[in-house]
Design a protein. Sequence first.
Length: 216
Amino acid sequence: MEEKHMSELESLQVISTMIQKAKASYHDRGTGAILWGVVVATCSLSTWAQLTYKYELPFDIWLLTVAAVVPTIILSIREGRRRKVKGYDETAMNWVWTCFGISIFLTVFASNAVGAAFGQVKDAVEAAGGARPAIYYSDYSSAFMLIIYGIPTLVTAGIKNFKPMLFGGIVCWLSAIAVLYTNRPTDMLLMALSATCAWLIPGIILYVKSRQQRVA
């Protein structure tokens, strides 16, 4: 009976070890969060610098967010193939972040189309002899992006019970309200702040924890 009891304990220990190893997904390691935190913060600060110091890059810096969709999907696929044990929460995380990346691509595409349409309307008003409207779609597009940023952040925080991301998601949605009343350079600073709070800092925390667990 004693040998059987010890065998059961050993089996439970083996199963527990396997589960802990299986949990080391790229979401838990923070690489996905770090990727998006760096990309969005870089794009936001670059746009702020262009608006503040009156210069333009030869390309749209926000296309980097579209480029980031590819590694996001690749990481999800590779992680799904690598893991032998895959829980429902990890499947949910893969879908959430993959849909997030695609949503960013579609939002950037739609925003460019709407911005161009705004320009055509203002051209038509001016051609008809009216004063050119001083409204810009870019003054409001940041709010839509920040709303999208908050969704995967808060979902991840809820599933993983990870408070740093909960705080970051709240920052995103509060910033989505704030940008409606601020100028565009300030909008970009709020975007950079949101990306840092929602993804970069939580991602670094997760990465450090995962490194410590692997060493232990």
